[in-house]
Ligand binder design. Structure first.
Ligand SMILES: Cc1cc2nc3c(=O)[nH]c(=O)nc-3n(C[C@H](O)[C@H](O)[C@H](O)COP(=O)(O)OP(=O)(O)OC[C@H]3O[C@@H](n4cnc5c(N)ncnc54)[C@H](O)[C@@H]3O)c2cc1C
Length: 579
């Protein structure tokens, strides 16, 4: 008998964003005993903040097709995407969007009743299905209604702090309720990580409080391989002013719906960087263009550039971008129907993550699956806007179904090692026992300073090595971090635990960035400013080997010729430009 309250499941899903909810529906449909745990309240996962839309080749307005979506995604990802995932994603997204509608999502429509689609950076056609600039909200509402109607068990405000293993395969997870501090063991045949991103490692970010890299660290310590962790997307347009909301997202839909970028001389500077796509170029390129304009003295008063949509009719702006209108009015006392916004780059999304099988999303740890932002592969070196929301529903469904099948194939539940839990619990209590004057919040601030300094838009060997050494010192300080209070609703304690996740992930991102000696997509190395052909054929893989961080490169599987044909010409043109 365990001394901890124990729940038994076939499929345990950690995370209630779009990916986790979609996976739960698929697992339950297959008859698996399924539960969702999430450290937020149901309905409050980061996905709810998504604004611009879901990318899917529905072809409502333009002659769109999966091949063009595939081609655009590969070009955006600078050809290091897992092409098998990109193919599946391009083909299956339209059906997954239609399904959302059947479950009650109400998308904006054309006059003749089709789903309205908008332009977004890097997409050839108008492709993003949306609801004004509140698409994530509608997606979560529809998925959540379905999950609740199916009677799936949900544990809210519950933080998973450790994954449990049985002879190298997954056995479940351990954690506690944030309000009471009560510990619970989940004994499960399969576990799906749907824990989202890691933006809170940086100070200037669009990400919500929950995005503290938990899943990356949980997977790493459970022996799973991580891939492409050097590719972190800095969205070109975050708010730069007022300081209290610096980093808050200004959706790409502003540019998609006609917004123009100018510098302090009134020039549409994107003409210099991408005369073909202009404001609708890929995010990596626009972010670096803004950075260059500001560095060369052509920035705004608060260190950004101008984004202007006030040339469009006021009613159009308010209808298409209601959240942006409210956001600027409320936080900056600025009416975007009359004045330009000031914007600059902000940490937004991780392209890398847990290395997964493209069909099932199982990681290299048996029984452990990963989906959504925490899974690597689909987006390569740079994600196109809108491709995350479609990623969640395409691969959420696949993983839920595969995890249920996997569980069916097991005769009994895996064995839980009580000693492993006791040791982990001792660590959770240890924060209350050390005596120092260093609270976890101070360690967090220092971590963010280090990452902003040298692991941002522009990196190099010297800076990255300095980061690794600074992270080692900070990790020592972290060991003595000091807490007061008890286990009940102790926010300091939650940060202290998350810091373990964030510190190791910061190190992983820095090590991976150091390893890739070229610039590609979102990774720009000052000391290797061009993309190198040989690096186009491999991924950086990081794994925990007996307590040490092992870093290696693995070849990307060659693409079949029928797919290669779709991307060949554009890829050659891009490679030629690198010479
Ligand atoms: C402001 C903003 C706007 C965006 N707009 C768009 C858009 O228009 N289109 C698009 O495609 N993409 C957009 N994105 C990106 C997209 O929203 C995210 O990549 C996506 O929602 C991630 O979904 P997810 O299901 O992987 O994780 P999330 O939605 O981040 O959910 C993670 C879940 O995991 C839980 N969790 C984490 N750690 C633990 C733990 N230790 N224990 C228990 N639970 C845990 C959290 O509580 C949460 O429930 C936007 C991002 C931002 C920040």
């Amino acid at each position: 008998m365990s001394k901890y309250k124990t729940h038994e499941y076939d499929v345990l899903i950690i995370g209630s964003g779009g990916a986790g909810l979609r996976a739960a529906i698929a697992a339950k449909e297959k008859g698996a005993k399924t539960a969702i745990v999430c450290k937020c309240l149901l309905g409050k996962a980061h996905t709810v903040m998504a604004e611009g839309g879901i990318a899917a080749a529905m072809g409502s307005l333009d002659p769109d097709n999966w091949q063009t979506h595939f081609q655009n995604t590969m070009f955006g990802g600078k050809y290091v995407n897992d092409w098998r995932m990109t193919e599946i994603h391009s083909k299956e997204s339209p059906d997954r969007v239609r399904e959302l509608e059947q479950w009650g999502a109400v998308f904006d429509r054309t006059k003749d009743g089709k789903m309205l689609q908008r332009s977004f950076g890097g997409h050839t056609y108008r492709r993003l299905v949306h609801v004004g600039d509140r698409t994530g909200h509608e997606m979560i509402r529809a998925l959540q209604d379905k999950v609740v109607s199916m009677g799936i068990d949900i544990y809210m405000e519950f933080m998973i702090s450790h994954l449990l293993l049985d002879d190298g395969r997954i056995a479940g997870a351990f954690g506690f309720f944030k309000d009471t501090g009560k510990f619970v063991v989940f004994n499960s045949k399969s576990v799906i990580l749907a824990t989202g991103g890691m933006g809170k490692i940086w100070r200037i970010t669009t990400n919500s409080w929950d995005n503290t890299a938990d899943g990356i660290s949980l997977a790493y310590f459970a022996g799973a391989e991580l891939k492409d962790m050097e590719f972190v997307q800095f969205h070109p347009t975050g708010m730069v002013w007022p300081l209290g909301v610096k980093g808050l997202l200004v959706t790409e839909a502003v540019r998609g719906d006609g917004g123009l970028l100018t510098n302090n001389k009134g020039e549409r500077f994107m003409e210099k960087y991408d005369p073909k796509l202009m404001e609708l170029s890929t995010r990596d390129l626009v972010a670096r263009a803004i950075n260059q304009e500001v560095r060369e003295g052509r920035g705004t008063e608060h260190g950004g550039v101008y984004l202007n949509i006030s040339h469009k009719p006021s009613a159009y702006v308010k209808k298409k971008l209601p959240s942006m209108y409210d956001q600027f009015l409320e936080f900056a006392d600025l009416d975007i129907t009359k004045q330009p916004m000031e914007v600059g780059p902000t940490c937004h999304y991780m392209m890398g993550g847990v290395s997964v099988d493209p069909q099932t999303q199982m990681s290299t740890t048996d029984g452990l699956f990963a989906i959504g932002e925490i899974a690597a592969g689909l987006h390569g070196a740079n994600r196109l806007g809108g491709n995350s929301l479609s990623d969640l529903i395409v691969f959420g469904r696949r993983a839920g179904s595969a995890a249920a099948d996997y569980a069916k194939g097991m005769k009994s539940l895996p064995i839980i090692d009580q000693k492993e839990i006791d040791e982990h619990k001792d660590w959770l209590f240890s924060f209350f026992e050390t005596k120092s004057d260093c609270p976890p919040s101070l360690v967090h601030t220092k971590l963010q300073d280090i990452m902003e300094r040298d692991v941002g838009l522009i990196r190099d060997d010297e800076g990255l090595k300095k980061v690794l050494s600074d992270l080692d010192s900070l990790s020592q300080q972290y060991k003595n971090t000091y807490l007061e209070g008890n286990l009940q609703y102790n926010f300091g304690w939650h940060i202290a635990i998350s810091l373990k996740f964030m510190l190791i992930t910061a190190k992983i991102v820095s090590r991976a960035s150091l390893e890739r000696k070229e610039s590609r997509g979102a990774l720009y190395r000052k000391d290797f400013p061009k993309a190198e052909e040989e690096w186009g054929g491999k991924s950086v893989v990081i794994k925990n080997k007996d307590g040490n961080m092992s870093v290696s490169t693995v070849p990307i599987q060659p693409m079949p010729s029928n797919l290669e044909d779709y991307i060949k010409k554009e890829k050659e043109e891009w490679l030629n430009k690198q010479k």
